[in-house]
Design a protein around this ligand. Structure first.
Ligand code: COI
Length: 367
């Protein structure tokens, strides 16, 4: 499928765009264009378009409004130090998008079509890619079920794919300040159970997380830490990002980054995977192993856990300083401040993403 190009004849004026880019925030302002494509049973993907960003018109009966058939991705385009703009591991996002779609009984989209949509949008709206430290153009590919029917026998027979973009600083604010997060152990709610949709990037997972996130914010926390559904003991991930622990057990051993292993209740993050691969190159051990809440607390109390951090496309790498839970439970990780391993990994990852450092894994995809 090729994309028809319909350029916006009323783009945001240059001066206004520059003012937005001076302080983009996260996910508040959207660029001049979006890409759309439709899928119908029997026809496959068709009507691909680059067009002006704007509202989409849907009937109230569209299936997405009732049964929540929706999945999305979070990606970024980075202004490169040597000029130009690049995506980071976009094929991994394409593959995850298709796995999410499959879990939700939606059609897959060919990798080449997914990439072409991103490249078209980023090329057209290249002037919207901010140039400040830690800034990028955040990209949101999504798919929704559009069939007008309330019956619940079979999945929708029509879908809409959209990619739109938003200039962004890191989710937790400008990188140079690196504020340590306080996280809330969610013991009342469950994000995902075995056999459910936890490994899919499905809107419904995020809808179900808001109540817990609101509780965490009311407790003075930034993010929720999700525990397993059966025992509410094993750490899984955070509200929209993965989690890593840093262990430094002394005795000449190397510092070790640890993250819970992937199961069907965890979102397989692109940043998570990248850090597991980068760590050994930076002299760190990397391990996927389960971590319970009592182990977490004990490792901090004994000084063997020196750091923890959240990671994701939006969050990049954000240090975690403190943990809080019900009944006044709480502890500090290390000295509560961003630690050297968190900083080192962050520097390395951002260095590759912005083209400042060599890219031995060929992760950077120039547009
Ligand atoms: C991302 O990191 O891209 C996400 O989709 C997470 C979201 C909570 C902002």
């Amino acid at each position: 499928m090729d994309f028809e190009i319909r350029v916006n004849d009323r783009p945001v004026p240059d001066r206004e765009r520059e003012a937005i880019l001076a302080e983009p925030g996260f996910g508040r302002i959207f660029t001049d264009h979006m890409v759309t494509a439709r899928w119908d049973e029997g026809l496959g993907w068709h009507d691909g378009r680059l067009e002006p960003y704007g509202p989409i018109s849907l009937d109230p009966s569209a299936s997405v409004f009732h049964y929540g058939q929706e999945c999305f991705e979070g990606m970024k385009a980075y202004r490169q130090d040597g000029g130009g703009v690049a995506l980071f591991r976009p094929r991994v996002n394409a593959a995850r998008f298709n796995r999410s779609a499959e879990r939700l009984a939606m059609p897959g989209i060919p990798e080449a079509t997914f990439l072409r949509a991103l490249e078209l949008l980023v090329t057209q709206d290249a002037a919207w890619v901010p140039a400040g430290a830690g800034e990028s153009l955040y990209l949101r590919p999504l798919m929704i079920a559009t069939q007008h029917e309330l019956g619940f026998t079979l999945p929708s027979r029509s879908y809409l794919f959209v990619v739109f973009a938003s200039p962004a600083t890191a989710y937790f604010g400008p990188g140079e300040r690196l504020r340590p997060l306080t996280v809330w152990l969610s013991e009342d709610y469950t994000r995902a159970a075995p056999g459910g949709t936890g490994a899919a990037k499905a809107g419904g997972n995020y809808a179900a997380a808001f109540a817990a996130q609101r509780q965490g914010v009311a407790e003075g926390c930034d993010q929720v830490v999700w525990l397993d559904a059966a025992e509410h003991t094993w750490v899984e991930e955070m509200g929209g990002m993965n989690i890593f622990f840093v262990l430094d057990e002394g005795g000449g051993s190397r510092p070790r980054i640890v993250t819970p292993p992937l199961t069907d209740t965890l979102l397989p993050g692109v940043t998570r995977d990248s850090l597991l691969r980068l760590a050994p190159e930076l002299g760190l051990d990397a391990e996927e192993r389960p971590m319970s809440v009592p182990q977490w607390q004990e490792l901090c109390a004994s000084g063997r856990m020196t750091e923890a951090f959240a990671c994701g496309t939006a969050a990049v790498i954000a240090p975690i300083g403190r943990v809080k839970g019900a009944g006044g439970k709480g502890w500090t990780i290390g000295d509560g401040e961003p630690g050297p391993v968190t900083r080192r990994l962050r520097e390395e990852l951002l260095g590759i993403q912005y083209g400042r450092l060599p890219d031995p894994h060929a992760w950077v995809h120039k547009v």
